[in-house]
Design a protein around this ligand. Structure first.
Ligand code: UDP
Ligand code: MG
Length: 322
């Protein structure tokens, strides 16, 4: 009996990546040629690109039946694009890879080898991050250290989305219908057998990064509020401590006024207390607001992404949002 051939999906979210697609195709196809025992499908998610990304990939689809293009109705961001990809891939395993060639496709055979040994999630840890400023590296290191401390899931440091996921991981990720997603946290959350490989992260082959600080800050806050309610706890603890201290202070003042002839000129201390309490209240309110905002967005139950068009596969066969 011959074992049936396995299908490996390569999932590539792409937003304005026109310049790099030719080089990406060459490297993906030579990697695929190294693994003749597997069938491949290259699933591109065009995340509302404004350049010729969709047209270029559509061209690939015309020439080679292994290519699939899912065009989203607008730019949703990388996380929703990945969600669209998880719904679209059909492989026994899926490799998530950035379009900009920062993740070397040459690592895929090594990932496949580990997958065949029985691992479900083979993730790549980068040992260097060429072309990224030290500010970006330092802030990302600090952030993940903090998140790991307060959240209950283990967050892998220096690990991006570049990884091979077994079918069961993809199915697990599809069960998660949160609309504000932090995919990296979700990879940890689902669990399964994980193994790490190391690589040097290259600088982008072409084009520019789609991230900027406001976007990163947003991702950071999303990660924090979707994985931990610790800030709520801190807000209530802070409230308790401050009120307890204020109560003690009040008792002291009353005692002193009644039992001694000590009379306080109250302005500075009153100001200090009012400002302090006002500040803490605003902070705590803000924290509550952050979580309420998440609830607000989630209860609307909007789809995570919308598909405009699928090329390279019949529409019925392509998985649509649940
Ligand atoms: N990306 C996307 N939608 C976006 C932003 C980015 O699909 O709104 C894709 C992008 O095309 C690339 C990957 O996500 O394939 C990573 O983006 P980028 O290289 O800009 O991020 P960085 O490597 O700087 O973290
Ligand atoms: Mg990049």
């Amino acid at each position: 009996m011959t074992a049936s051939r396995k299908l490996l999906s390569i999932l590539i979210p792409a937003y304005n990546e026109q310049e790099v697609l030719g080089a990406l195709r060459t490297r993906l196809e030579s990697t695929a040629a190294e693994l003749p025992e597997l069938d491949f499908e290259f699933v591109f998610i065009d995340d509302g690109s404004k350049d010729g990304t969709a047209e270029t990939v559509r061209g690939f689809c015309d020439e080679d039946p292994r290519y699939v293009l899912v065009e989203l109705s607008r730019n949703f961001g990388k996380e929703p694009a990945l969600a669209a990809g998880f719904d679209a891939v059909r492989g026994d395993a899926t490799v998530v890879i950035d379009a900009d060639l920062q993740d070397p496709p040459e690592l895929i055979p090594e990932m496949v080898r580990l997958w065949e040994l029985g691992y479900d999630d083979v993730y790549a840890r980068r040992t260097s991050r060429a072309g990224e400023s030290w500010v970006k590296r330092a802030t990302s290191r600090l952030y993940y250290r903090m998140l790991e401390r307060v959240a209950r899931v283990e967050i892998q440091k220096d690990v991006g989305d570049f990884r091979l996921l077994d079918r069961r991981c993809i199915d697990a990720l599809r069960e998660i219908t949160e609309s504000q997603r932090n995919t990296k946290g979700l990879f940890s959350w689902i669990g399964y057998r994980k193994v790490e490989i190391e690589y040097e992260r290259d600088a982008r082959a072409a084009g520019t990064t789609k991230w900027n600080y406001p976007r990163l800050l947003n991702l950071a806050l999303e990660g924090l509020t979707s994985f931990t309610t610790a800030p709520l706890r801190i807000a209530s603890l802070l409230g308790t401590v401050v009120s307890a201290a204020a109560f003690v202070y009040l008792a002291v003042i009353v005692g002193r006024t009644l039992f001694s002839d000590y009379h306080l000129a109250g302005y500075p201390s009153t100001m200090a207390v009012i400002l302090f309490l006002g500040g803490t209240q605003l902070l705590a309110l803000g924290v509550v607001g952050e979580y309420l905002a998440r609830v607000f967005v989630e209860v609307k139950q909007r789809p995570v992404y919308l598909v405009r068009r699928v090329t390279g596969r019949s529409i019925e066969a392509a998985a649509m949002p649940h």
